[in-house]
Design a protein around this ligand. Structure first.
Ligand SMILES: [Zn+2]
Ligand SMILES: [Zn+2]
Length: 130
């Protein structure tokens, strides 16, 4: 798998490499099936542009291998391949990502069962190290 990368500089002036595309596992809240979300850097945030169902034998992103700290948002074109939800949230307990639709008042984490109202924003996820 290949990644394009751009160079940016942090506050101290040290060069840091921003990956323009990252992948992370998103579990469908309805089917509990894992999907692979594709996040594309848009200059300000990683935007979730789409997700694909796992094919048998394919490798899930190695969660925890690398943590990416940035702003995260969702593209209007994203739909969960499992249930059609148009967004996603990160569980406040297990940090897993689950699909979510703004019409749902509550989010129930398909990984750990934690449930609650959705608030806040995502600023860090664990994704594929490449
Ligand atoms: Zn779903
Ligand atoms: Zn959870």
């Amino acid at each position: 798998m290949r990644y394009c990368s751009i160079e940016a500089r942090d506050r101290e002036g040290q060069p840091v490499v921003e990956r323009t595309v990252i992948f992370a596992t998103i579990i469908c809240s309805h089917t509990s099936n894992p999907t692979v979300g594709r996040f594309v850097w848009n200059g300000q945030a990683y935007s979730l542009v789409g997700a694909s169902k796992q094919r048998p034998g394919s490798i899930l992103p190695d969660d925890g291998a690398r943590s990416t700290k940035a702003a995260f948002e969702v593209s209007p074109s994203y739909r969960c391949p499992g249930c059609g939800a148009s967004s996603y949230v990160q569980c406040g307990r297990c940090r897993g990502l689950g699909c979510w639709d703004p019409t749902w008042e509550m989010f129930r984490c398909p990984l750990c069962g934690n449930a609650g109202a959705v608030n806040g924003t995502i600023d860090r996820i664990s994704g594929l190290s490449g």
